[in-house]
Write a protein that binds this ligand. Sequence first.
Ligand code: AGP
Length: 363
Amino acid sequence: GQAAKGEYDHFMMKEINEQPTALAQALEGRIDPDSGRIALSDFEPGTFEDVESVQFVACGTSYHAALYGSLTLKQAGVQSAALLANEYSVSAPPIDENTLVIAVTQSGETADTLNALRHAADQGAMTVTVTNVVGSTAAREADEALFIRAGPEIGVAATKTFSSQAVMLSLLGQRIAADQFGEVPSDLDSLLPDLESMPESIESILETTSARSIAERYEGSQSYFFIGRGLGFPVALEGALKFKEITYEHAEGFASGELKHGPLALVTPDTPVFAVFTGEEDEKTLKNAEEAQTRGAPVVAICPDGHRAVDVADAHLEIPETDADLAGLLANVQLQLVSYYAADLLDRPIDKPRNLAKSVTVE
Ligand code: AGP
C-alpha cells in the first residue's frame, strides 16, 4: 500500500534509496575493525581451503551480480565462472568435490537456480547460497548460506539486492582466496576503505543525480545501448535489463569491445549509448564510445568528474571517485535512476511490469 511506500511513488524508488542502508547492513560485522580484514564469521575458519574452482549459478539480475563476483574472484587468482542457471544442466563445466558452486538468488526460490544447485550437489560439489531471504529453499538446501541483509524488496525490478549481492560476493571472493592461498589478498587494503564508504558514495549520487534530465533528453529513442568492459560489462548488462524490464523499450548491453563486431550496425543518432567507466582500460572504452559517436549516437558517460570521457561525451552522469572494483556498482545506481525516470515518463507500472513475476518458480 501507499503507507509502505512512504514518501515515494514506487517501491522501486524507495528501494533505490535504501541502498546506502542496505549496504551498511550487509557490511555490518563482516569486516574486522582491528585488523581491517574481512571477517565473514558466517563461515568456520578454513571452510574454503579445499576449493579449487568456483562456479556461480544465477538468473537475471542475480546472474549479473554473479558475473561481477566471478570477475573479482578471478582477479584474486581463483579459477571461476558465472553460469546461467537455466543453461547449467546442458552446459555445466566438470564438477568434483573441490568445486564450489555458489547459487546467487535474491528470493532463494527461483526454480532454475534451485535445479542448478541440486545438480551441483548431486555431482558432489560443495554448495553455498547467497540470498536475501533467510529460510528460503536455496538457503536451506545449500551446505552454507550467506545473507545479504538488504531487507524486503517489493519492486519486481531488483535494485538494492543487486548492489548488496555484488558487494557480498566480492567479500566472499576475498575470503575464498584467503582460505585457498592461506593469506589475505594484498589488494584488500586499498579496497576496504572504499567499500566502507560505499553507502556515503551512493548517498551523494542520490542527492545530485541528473538522471531525470537524461531520461527526458533521450525519451522516444529507438533503442538504448549500454557498454562497459571488465567489471563494467555486467553493469552494462544490468543497465539494459533494468531499462527493458520497466520501460518496455528496446535496450541491449554489450562488452565495449564487442560493439565493432556487429552491434555497431544498429547504432544511429537515435540510439543513445551509455558508457560505464570503471578505471580499468577506460581509454579503450572511450575509443569504443567514440566509434558510436562517429555514427551520430549520443554518448552518456558514467564516470567521475574530471574524467577524460566527460569532455568527449554528450552527457555525463557523475559518480564519486572509488576503487576500480566498486566504480561499476556506483555507475549502476545512476543507471537504475535513468531507467526509473524513463519508465515514469512513459507512465509504466514500474513496480509490476507486465508479464513478469518477482520470483520465478517455474522452469
Ligand atoms: C530483476 O530485475 C528481475 N526481476 C529478474 O531478472 C531476477 O533477478 C531473476 O528472476 C532472479 O531472481 P532471484 O534473484 O530471486 O533468483
